[in-house]
Every structure is written in C-alpha cells, then in structure tokens.
Design a protein around this ligand. Structure first.
Ligand code: NAP
Length: 317
C-alpha cells in the first residue's frame, strides 16, 4: 500500500483525495492544513483514516509517507516543496510547478542532492489519449506537424485566488500552462514565444492571454487562447501536412480524432478508465518504487521547458 500525504485542503486536494480512492494500492495517509479544524473536516469527508495535521510542518515530520501532494496556491508551491524535500519527502507539485524557472531549477537541485522524487502534476501528460495522440504523430499519421491551435477558458473570474497576484493568479499560470504543455509535448523543448497579448483584470493579472510559440528550425507553430472570463470549447487541433488531429478538451481529454489529408475521419479514440489524477498518482508511486526520481510522463526537462517558456511569455505581456 502506498501512503500519500496531502498539503493544503482546498478544491483540487478534495478532487485528488476522491481519485486516490479509485487507485488499487494507494491511500491518503495524512492531510495537512494551516488549521487543524479544516484538516479534520477534510479528513472526515474524504479520508477518515488519515492522520490529521494542523500545520504543514507536522506532516513533513511524519514517517512512512511515500509521496506528498502539494495543492496550495501557485506562489506557495516553492516554499512548500522545499520544506518537504528538506524533510526527505518525495513530492508531486500541482501545476504551475513554481513561479518561474529559477524556483523550478532550485526545487530540482534540492531534490537531486537528496535523491528524491519530484514531479509536476500536469495531469494531461499522464492521460492515455495524450499518449495515443503523440504516438499517432510519431508514427507519421499526420505527416510533418505545421501548427497546433488550442483554447482553454472557464468562467472563473469570481474565484479570489485566480485574480490575486499574491496567489500567482492570472490566466497564463493557471490555464496557459496546459496549451504550453501540449506544444512542448508535440514540438519539443526548442520552441519560443514570438507573440503574446494579454487583457488584464484591475488586479493586474491576466484575464485573457493569446500567444504563439514557434519552432524556428521549421516554422511549426502553436497558437493558444486562454481566458478566465468565459467557457470555451477547450478543443485543440494538431495540423500536419498529411492530415490533422482534433482533441476534444485539451484540459481533460475526452476524445481524439485522426483525419487524413482529404478531411476523412480515419480513427477515433475515447476516454476510458481511471481519471488523470489517479493515473499520475499511480505512475509517481510506481516510479518511486522503481528507484526513479522523475516521472516518465512528466520528466524534469519538460517542466523546465514549460517554466522557461512561461517566463518569456509573462515577460512579453
Ligand atoms: N490539476 C488540475 O486539474 C488543477 C485544478 C485546479 C487547481 N489546480 C492547482 O492546484 C493548486 C490549488 O488550487 P485550488 O483550486 O485547489 O485552490 P484552493 O481551493 O484555493 O486551495 C488552495 C489551498 O491552499 C492552502 N493555502 C496555503 N496558503 C494559502 C494562502 N495564503 N491563501 C489561501 N490558501 C492557502 C489552503 O489550504 P489550507 O487552508 O488547508 O492550508 C487552500 O485551501 C493551484 O496551484 C492550482 O493551479 C490544479
């Protein structure tokens, strides 16, 4: 049985705790909140057998945790991760991994020095449909990739965390990392932003961001629109010179469709099985058990590339 600790008893931590119940040999063994009463309520609702910790420090002092999942606001990921790593805990950190490349590199250095596992909880990377889509591309089913287009938008501007600069709010860090992960997964790490535009809330963080990434060697591009002010269809297209792929919901793959150069549907795959949260927990625990310090589906090099691109985009808008 793998024992998972959770830091931060908010929205996504609750979703994760429920998903862990669907994993075969995994359980939430401890939960930590800044207040004991909140941790107790969370445990009662989602994981009644878990050790309840009224501070994050208390959880980091527990023995027997295989993995600690950090589900705090974006600006706290770094300090929470470093605290865990210094206490010799393996960590899975919610996206965005940190507030930029410097923090990202520092987390990797601290983990490497202690031979500890670290991964970014970029759940889309762990989804089977994401992997099938990458295989279609690697097998040449759409030829040379020319363009990726995707959008991701929700009507979430009323959530204080998301518009608060002190929490790392704004649509790039909360949503933009998904299209960037899609672009990096398909075009590789050597892509750079060539254009970026943002419309901001009065708090200063972005409401909408439009951006284009380019692979200079062949001019392949990835264009994205992310917003916190309205729901979008969340679809993506990957266009090659011999066909194209439609992704239904780039944030939680529902289906992928492969079309040939004449626009005829030739293959379709739909989501089945465990959700992305469960899959990332299972893969991370398996990697730890195999003595690895990185997750095969979300290696450090990929998180590094996403952080570097994110810094550049945020520097342009
Ligand atoms: N993978 C996904 O699909 C997905 C979806 C949504 C969010 N996320 C990511 O998950 C992280 C958490 O998002 P969320 O939506 O769960 O946020 P949330 O509901 O606001 O929960 C965040 C938790 O962080 C803790 N926290 C620590 N310091 C805090 C502070 N100064 N102010 C407020 N809360 C603080 C709080 O827990 P305690 O009070 O218990 O300490 C709070 O409940 C973010 O990084 C976000 O990008 C990922």
């Amino acid at each position: 049985m793998y024992n998972i600790g959770i830091i931060g008893c908010g929205h996504i931590a609750a979703v994760m705790a429920e998903s862990i119940k669907t994993c075969p040999d995994h359980r939430v063994a401890a939960v930590a909140s800044r207040t004991a009463a909140k941790a107790k309520k969370f445990a009662k609702e989602h994981c009644p057998d878990a050790v309840v910790c009224g501070s994050y420090d208390k959880l980091t002092r527990l023995d027997g945790l295989d993995l600690v999942y950090i589900a705090t606001p974006n600006t706290y990921h770094y300090e929470n991760a470093i605290k865990c790593i210094k206490a010799y805990k393996n960590v899975l950190i919610e996206k965005p991994f940190a507030m930029g490349l410097e923090e990202t590199k520092s987390i990797f250095t601290e983990a490497k020095n202690r031979n500890l596992f670290v991964a970014e909880a970029m759940w889309t990377s762990f989804m089977p449909l994401h992997k099938t889509m990458i295989k279609w591309i690697e097998d040449g089913r759409i030829g040379e990739v020319r363009s990726i287009m995707s959008n991701l938008g929700y009507d979430i501007e009323d959530r204080p965390r998301l518009t608060d600069p002190a929490m790392g709010g704004g649509s790039y860090l909360d949503l933009g990392v998904y299209p960037t992960n899609l672009a990096v997964s398909i075009l590789g790490y050597n892509i750079t932003p060539v254009s970026a535009y943002a419309h901001r809330f009065s708090t200063g963080v972005e409401r909408d961001v439009h951006y284009i990434l380019e692979r200079a060697e062949d001019g392949a591009t990835a264009a994205a629109y992310v917003t916190m002010s309205n729901l979008t269809d969340r679809d993506g297209s990957v266009i090659g010179d011999k066909g194209y792929i439609k992704i239904r919901n780039i944030n939680n793959y529902e289906a992928i469709e492969l079309y040939d150069a004449k626009g005829e549907l030739v293959e379709k795959a739909e989501r089945e099985g465990l959700d992305g949260y469960a899959l990332e927990i299972i893969e991370c625990c398996q990697a730890i058990s195999d003595g690895m310090i990185q997750a095969p589906s979300m290696p450090w090099s990929k998180t590094h590339a996403i952080a570097e691109i994110g810094d550049r985009i945020r520097g342009m808008i």
